[in-house]
Design a binder for this molecule. Structure first.
Ligand code: PA5
Length: 480
């Protein structure tokens, strides 16, 4: 990426002692002390590149081409519906909120695009369902029912076993079969799953459905730049080439073992340092609505990757920071009282945009409104960024460490950089915390218990169901 291309950058001065004092700031000696362990962690992450195939997703043009082919084939639909959960949904949501207009689904004009051959096309609405709430899903099905023939469902599940996604699939499949018949199933279902394992792959194969592969070794929370996140993005007009180019540009910046030159290493090192100094809570607070769902994506990535019972050597550590999301300026009026005066147990990361896509200028303030004159004629972009600076200043006054990820502007390139930056930071942090970043054993028991409670056959599930019933029987003596 050329130097003039839009970039994100990390501003980290506001964690240093010169900004927030000796007690809570990082001193020059402490910073120097971080350099050795961080260099080792970055080198280990670089050396393990073959075992972490998410690192090469920006260069896997074959996935991008397959995605583009299917996106072209389903382009005429009116509704594109992603059924997935966790890493199979959060990236899709984040991409849509960041890169498509606020009223994309509601306003047909905002879904209009002109193609390279000067044709006007209307992109489909996007819905992502990452839950099994019967009221929410039922209401959606009532609405979409009459337009089922213009609706495509993308079922995304790496394992093909996840109960929530399986439930959605079974509901939708029946609806499609009942209303439209078996012959057109192919027109309405796209499956994104593992190349070999799980029930979805043979289902896709035998029903002759369109399908995409979740690359082997790429876990859900690291899969946004794979077909998992790319298909819905491409269908909804997001420039996936620019997204991947942004990620590739960040790849170049996160390889160096030199702490001060590597934004991912700085993020990992600073949070690791503070985790061991009574600041285990990591707040991400964007000052741009477009960036708000990146926080949900980050929250899963950081929590599921770094919250572990065991260290790499098998010892019990029960380690892991707690990621929290907030939204500026909204949460200034909800959380900042706690953030400033409550326990000094948090590290703050602001997301800031230098050049907003547009601005809204405030009108004059005269007569009874004369007191509001300080706002008159100013743009909301200036106000929002002033609020970010003001909040950060106020936090610094109370010795709270703050980082800022600055976006030149919000576009596919910078969002691609952001995804890759935090994925690399997570890998480096995992090394520093000395845990396995890529597994999620604790999620498993809940998944198995759900299977058991839903009556899945097999001795293991039956035994588990009995254990759950014994422990979870409601004791009326404790319900008040
Ligand atoms: O990051 C992860 O691995 C998880 O959040 C998964 O994405 C989530 O559990 C869904 O799994 P699957 O894609 O197998 O349905």
């Amino acid at each position: 990426m050329a130097l003039s291309e839009p970039r994100i950058s990390l501003y980290w001065k506001n964690v240093l002692t010169e900004q927030i004092g000796e007690e809570h700031g990082i001193s020059p000696a402490q910073l120097e002390g971080l350099e050795g362990p961080v260099a080792k962690a970055v080198e280990a992450v670089n050396a393990a590149r073959a075992e972490t195939p998410y690192r090469d997703l920006p260069y896997r043009t074959e996935y991008r081409d397959e995605v583009r082919k299917i996106a072209g084939e389903v382009a005429g639909c009116e509704n594109f519906v992603v059924l997935g959960i966790g890493g199979s949904a959060l990236g899709n949501i984040a991409l849509q909120t960041a890169l498509n207009p606020y009223l994309y689904n509601v306003d047909a004009a905002q879904r209009q695009r002109t193609t390279t051959d000067k044709k006007t096309v209307r992109l489909p609405r996007l819905f992502v369902f990452d839950n099994v709430d019967p009221v929410q899903f039922g209401n959606f099905l009532d609405w979409v029912g009459p337009q089922l023939d213009r609706t495509v469902f993308n079922v995304v599940s790496k394992s093909g076993q996840t109960a929530e996604t399986a439930a959605q699939l079974l509901v939708v499949r029946k609806l499609l079969l009942d209303r439209l018949g078996p012959k057109v199933l192919r027109e309405h279902l796209v499956i994104t799953t593992d190349a070999e394992t799980g029930v979805l792959r043979p289902f896709a194969r035998n029903q002759n459905l369109r399908s995409l592969v979740v690359p082997a070794g790429v876990g859900g929370r690291f899969s946004v730049l794979s077909p998992v996140g790319l298909l819905s993005a491409a269908v909804c007009g997001i420039d996936i080439d620019a997204l991947l180019a942004g990620a590739a540009a960040m790849d170049d910046r996160v390889k160096t073992p030199v702490l001060r030159d590597n934004p991912a290493a700085l993020i990992a090192a600073i949070h690791w340092h503070y985790y061991h100094r009574s600041k285990p809570i990591h707040v991400m607070m964007p000052y741009a609505y477009a960036l708000k769902d990146l926080c949900d994506w980050y929250r899963q990535l950081w929590a599921e990757s770094l919250g572990k019972a065991e260290a790499r050597d098998g010892s019990r550590v029960h380690i892991g920071p707690t990621p929290v999301k907030a939204l500026g300026a909204t949460d200034q009026h909800s959380q900042v009282q706690l953030y400033r005066e409550g326990p000094n147990d948090k590290v703050f990361t602001f997301l800031q945009v230098d050049q907003f896509e547009r601005d809204v200028v405030m009108g004059p303030a005269e007569g009874e409104l004369a007191d509001l004159d300080y706002l008159a004629g100013a743009g909301m972009a200036k106000l929002l960024n002033a609020e970010k600076t003001a909040t950060e200043y106020a936090l610094l006054e109370d010795q709270r460490p703050c980082l800022t990820v600055r976006f030149d502007r919000v576009c596919a390139e910078t969002v691609g950089q952001f995804f890759y930056l935090y994925e690399a930071a997570t890998s480096i942090a995992g090394r520093l915390f000395n845990i396995n970043t890529y597994d999620q054993p604790a999620v498993e028991l809940g998944k198995q218990a759900t299977f058991a409670l839903m009556g899945r056959k097999g001795e293991t599930y039956e035994k588990l169901a009995r254990a759950i019933t014994a422990k979870m029987r409601v004791d009326p003596g404790f319900a008040v």
